[in-house]
Design a binder for this molecule. Structure first.
Ligand SMILES: *Cc1c(COP(=O)(O)O)cnc(C)c1O
Length: 361
């Protein structure tokens, strides 16, 4: 029998989730974000599935966009970090890669390039994230420059990015929205601001283009339940199986560093998935896993290829039984919290070692 690990992908869930994003923002175009190997799910299969349902796709850089073209994707693809050197521009122009421009270096490089055809540009404006984008007070002059160079098509989109849209009670998103509206109110061009938490939680942020990433994969960016996240369906189910099972007496420890000690006579199952397979090493004792659909908890440190699970209270846990690490009944975000991170990181870090298996299409 082959090693049983799988990251099963439910493409029906993916289609459902992009439909949900559209339903929440019915007047906006949808740019589906598939950077970083589609958040670890597999860029080609995810982009192929989303292409007919999205108005455009987005990735971080030209290498990711080229990979999608090689996989047969013909939709426009926005490069979210723009370009790093002028040599990328000619290829971007011929391949219909759209580019974000977010600093003076990119702007002047674009003005000075000798291009055969104009580029489609998104002008990134910094409204408080302070990561990328030109300062708000320079937006007007930057836009003028873009609109006068023959290297840029006359459809520049003005965009910004939220720093804390997942914090629904905070003030920052409101402030960023106010600044974005203020800067853009007299400028020509379509607008875009919303990432997943914007789409789900901030209806005023939808504008002309939404840019969903994480929610497409069926996961909620919020730490608390929210009415708009109930409908999301996780795309990835990470599963493995029990390969060993034993009784451990009270007082005995389990695993590297003896970080877990049995407080009662316990049944411990060894599951063949570890940090080399995408399961986070920092997951703490008590992290939930599903064994035969029942919740059990991690007992002992995560190894490279294995974890150990306390199945004392699981009925009939036996060799070969399926173990689900995250999926529909165990949100990746919940597991991530036990590991001191976010679900984004867990799916994105899924290594090639774990096969992606397409579940019923
Ligand atoms: C990654 C990214 C997104 C998508 O964010 P999610 O929270 O995953 O929806 C949107 N816009 C930009 C600029 C990004 O870099």
């Amino acid at each position: 029998m082959a090693r049983p690990n799988q990251a099963r992908l439910d493409l029906g869930a993916l289609r459902h989730n992009i439909g949900h994003a559209r339903a929440l923002a019915p007047h906006s175009k949808v740019m589906a974000v598939v950077k970083a190997n589609a958040y670890g799910h597999g860029a080609a299969i995810i982009a192929k599935t989303l292409e007919p349902l999205a108005d455009a796709l987005a990735v971080a850089c030209i290498e990711e966009a080229v990979e999608l073209r090689a996989a047969g994707i013909s939709a426009p693809i926005l490069l979210l970090e723009g370009f790093f050197e002028e040599s990328e521009l000619a290829l971007a122009a011929t391949e219909n890669f759209w580019i974000c421009v977010g600093n003076e270096r990119q702007l002047s490089c674009l003005e000075n390039a000798q291009l055969q055809q104009p580029m489609h540009v998104w002008l990134k404006i910094d409204t408080g994230m302070h990561r990328l984008g030109i300062d708000a007070d320079l937006a007007e002059s930057a836009l003028k420059r873009l609109n006068t160079t023959p290297n840029v098509a006359n459809d520049v989109v003005l965009c910004t990015h939220f720093a804390s849209a997942d914090d629904l009670d905070g003030t920052q998103t409101r402030e960023q929205l106010e600044q974005f509206n203020e800067v853009c109110k007299n400028l020509p061009g379509k607008l875009s601001a919303a990432n997943s938490p914007g789409i789900l939680g901030w209806p005023d942020s939808h504008f002309d283009w939404i840019r969903p990433g994480y929610m497409l994969y069926g996961n909620s960016p919020f730490s608390a339940p929210h009415k708009n996240t109930d409908a999301l369906q996780p795309v990835m189910t990470l599963s493995s199986a029990i390969i060993s099972i034993r009784d451990v007496a009270a007082g005995e420890s389990v695993g590297y560093g003896a970080s877990w000690t049995a407080s009662r006579p316990s049944k411990i199952a060894t599951v063949t998935i570890g940090y080399g397979d995408g399961y986070p090493r920092l997951a703490r004792n008590g992290t939930p896993v599903l064994v035969n659909g029942q919740r059990a908890s991690l007992a002992g440190r995560v190894s490279m290829d294995m974890i150990t699970v306390d199945v004392t209270d699981v009925e009939d846990a036996s060799l070969g039984d399926e173990v689900i690490l995250w999926g529909a009944d165990l949100p990746v975000g919940e597991v991530a919290e036990w590991a001191g991170t976010i679900g984004y990181e867990l799916t994105t870090r899924m290594p090639a070692r774990t096969p992606r298996i397409i579940a019923a299409p």
